[in-house]
Design a protein around this ligand. Sequence first.
Ligand code: GH3
Ligand code: MG
Ligand code: MG
Length: 426
Amino acid sequence: MAGRHGTTRDAPGPDGAGERRESAASDETGPGGGNARILIVDDHADNVIILRDRLVARGYATMEAHDGEEALRAVGGYDEPLPDGAVLPDLILLDVMLPRIDGFEVARRIKANRSLPFIPIIIQTALDTTEDMVVGLDAGADDYITKPINFAELEARIRSLLRIKSLQEEVERQKSELSAINDQLVRIARTDGLTGIDNRRRLEERLDETFEHSRRLGEPFACVMCDLDKFKSVNDDYGHQAGDAVLRQFAQLLREQAREIDRVGRYGGEEFMLILPGATVDAAVAFAERVRKAVDGRTFSFAGAVIRRTVSCGVAAWPHPGIADVAALVRAADDALYAAKAQGRNRVVRWDVLTTQQGGGGAAEPMADAPGSGRTADDVPFDLRTDDGEQRSSVSSGSHGPDRPASGGAVGGGLRTPGENRGAAA
Ligand code: GH3
Ligand code: MG
Ligand code: MG
């Protein structure tokens, strides 16, 4: 049997708010109470004592408040942080007639405080004033009990509300679990599983965001497509796992080379894309050239072997008169990449120079080539529209198929206009 000996005081507020009493057996499950904490709010000390003793005897822990302000303070109701070590009540037994702030107002303020969890409130009303009951329920109370209080009835109401509270908490728990799972799914849906960098879907979102942002601010931005050269031979010679290791190491290299604001993603296969916000074509070419050199100057290692690889890059940037939208920008970078492959690989090609050299793409003036890139379309004449299957496969970078409808007119020689479909070469 619990008694006054078990009384403890937890973090009493300035006026005794939050005063808390617990039964000696409070950590055992009582006849109905478990460890639920009930805040008794009543200005009559006798009422408080009667309720407290009976609740404690039934295994509940109790807290007390003697007016409306104390009651609010016990739940941090004045936007004050709860005193250290203080705990919120699980349920409030609220008298209506209280000094300073009446019970209705207390209920209203507690229910209006969105930072609080669900705390059931039972108002105590005099038997002859059902009007109080209506006002109390309208104020947000969850139930009411008439005085003089029938303790069995009070206990039944407390149990019922605590059941609702625990269901509510379970719902909240499941909601936050679902939201965490959802966040994780969103992350997975945007990430390339092999390399941990953005996947194509995410890159496309980023492209749209960056394009929108650049257009609003009138800032340039660039897109670099990188494709590992002769990557298929890594798989053929060393196995698929070796190929995977090279892809991971290449992704890591790109991450290291990129600035904080750049986006690095895997566009597909052994083809990677970099989105460089604020970068002019010159800056992007310099960046791509750094990447190219870094790859050229390093080795890739995996179980049992160390190999060297090179990379080809295509660069395009907005604004450019020939680039009206994101799709045109990506196509331009891809075309430049394709030209880099055709010119012999291990090089960086800028699309705007291809364009001006062919008088296509709407470039107003030839743009200066960046130091270090140094290679343009006329370094090596190439024919992207040859019907010769041999040559096609030697210049194709392979993974461009699905989003590039085949051009029916892929006949004859000469340079394809950049931005135009690569056609049969894909
Ligand atoms: P090029 O210089 O023209 O780009 O030649 P390439 O061999 O790199 O290009 P190709 O398109 O012929 O081959 C690409 C290869 O990339 C074929 C494919 O098996 C391999 N590949 C694509 N995705 C993965 C991957 O996730 N892991 C591994 N290990 N290989 C991949
Ligand atoms: Mg390749
Ligand atoms: Mg490829």
